[in-house]
Design a protein around this ligand. Structure first.
Ligand SMILES: [Zn+2]
Ligand SMILES: [Zn+2]
Length: 396
């Protein structure tokens, strides 16, 4: 009897201790890493969610077809009477939407959730990204490798600048054109039309001309291999050739170029940035990659989710980057069931934009924004769990 007690008592103490720590883990606010969410939710999703979805390839090709058709029609605009030219504008808008869809479908393709053919994925994503001036090799590094593994940490090239970073041209652009409470209306408009291009140009020049960790005009410099550097340069030169080909097909005619090239591309970039600005730029910086604390998902009209492959489900995408994006609503439902206290990561599109336009854009610290002068400050968009984490950190 004494012998049995000798074994039972320590085992019971261990069990009680374990139960206590599980309970404490549940109630103590803490960061949960992307891998931890994925490990918990993966068994609850159907196997089909992890299988490639070639229908997105069809969407990509349809959108390539739409811009091609737009240029074919625009090539004859010189035969249209001037007072009928406005009839081309609906096609300009449709082409702009195709630019948005080309980025988001290429994004899914490059994550491997559309089609897993190394041979075909590369040329198709190259075509998909050409109007975005984004070499696929650069995208693979900056987005798939760096952004997804360092999301909204100090090492993330997509983050806001820190107020302590030097006043470079890159930071000046952020001040003048990115949504904040200090940006002018004209600056915001020009920024919407061009920020995607500026983002690409900033990172492209950083890896082509510097390719070291001290390039100070990007928020967080990153390094690519010599081989990737050569590929990126080659891809951007081929893209330049393709763009020149489009311009010459449109006979460098100003009306054709405005209606079928500059406007669709500019408006397409504005559509892309309308999502991208809200992905992480209103969230706190985090050392642990906790997608529900450092990312925002938007509520947008169902038609936009259909056209843009559920890109509004950005936090869910960060948990499962190569999941078929049709299943992101299911991931959100699982999150609501298993992590109800962390659901503050979703925002209406209007609320997210209101937040962007009423706060400064540089990080003073992990949870506070400030402006260029350092005079204005505002708290980041905080998930309530992040607020509890901040409270417990300030108590210790
Ligand atoms: Zn992201
Ligand atoms: Zn991604």
């Amino acid at each position: 009897m004494a012998c049995t007690l000798f074994f039972l008592v320590p085992a019971a103490v261990k069990l009680v201790f374990r139960m206590y720590s599980v309970e404490q883990q549940k109630t103590t606010p803490r960061f949960i890493s992307q891998t931890e969410y994925a490990k918990a939710l993966r068994p609850l999703l159907p196997a089909a969610a992890f299988a490639p979805d070639p229908s997105k390839l069809l969407i990509l090709l349809i959108n390539l077809g739409i811009v091609g058709l737009g240029w074919a029609i625009a090539a004859h605009l010189d035969r249209w009477p001037a007072y009928w030219l406005w009839l081309y504008l609906p096609l300009t808008i449709i082409m702009a939407n195709s630019v948005v869809a080309l980025l988001f479908t290429s994004h899914d393709l490059m994550h491997g959730s559309v089609w897993r053919s190394r041979r075909w994925n590369y040329p198709i994503s190259f075509l998909g990204l050409t109007l975005l001036w984004m070499p696929p090799t650069l995208w693979k590094v900056i987005h798939n490798r760096v952004h997804h593994s360092t999301t909204n940490s100090l090492d993330d090239p997509d983050r806001n600048y820190l107020s302590s970073q030097p006043a470079t041209w890159g930071k000046w652009i952020q001040d003048a054109f990115v949504p904040s409470n200090t940006v002018s209306k004209l600056g915001l408009l020009l920024g919407m039309l061009s920020a995607w291009g500026v983002h690409g140009f900033r990172n492209l020049t950083s890896v082509i001309f510097f390719n070291h960790k001290h390039a100070n005009y990007v928020p967080a410099p990153f390094v690519v291999s010599r081989r990737d550097q050569r590929w990126i340069l080659g891809e951007v030169l081929v893209m330049l050739g393709l763009h020149l080909g489009i311009l010459s097909y449109l006979q460098f005619d100003p009306i054709k170029l405005i209606l079928a090239y500059f406007l669709p591309i500019g408006l397409g970039y504005a559509g892309v940035m309308a999502y991208i600005y809200t992905n992480h730029m209103l969230s706190p910086l985090t050392e642990v990659n906790d997608p529900l604390l450092n990312s925002v998902s938007l509520h947008v009209p169902p038609l936009l989710d259909l056209l843009h492959c559920n890109f509004s489900y950005h936090a869910e995408h960060h948990i499962f980057p190569s999941l078929n994006s049709n299943y992101y609503p299911q991931v959100r439902a699982l999150l609501a069931e298993h992590y109800p206290e962390r659901m503050g990561y979703t925002l209406g599109a209007r609320a997210a934009w209101r937040f962007l336009l009423t706060t400064p854009r540089h990080y003073q610290d992990a949870t506070t924004f400030t402006d260029a002068s350092g005079q204005l400050t505002a708290a980041c968009q905080m998930n309530p769990v992040m607020e509890s984490l901040e409270c417990s950190a300030s108590k210790t």
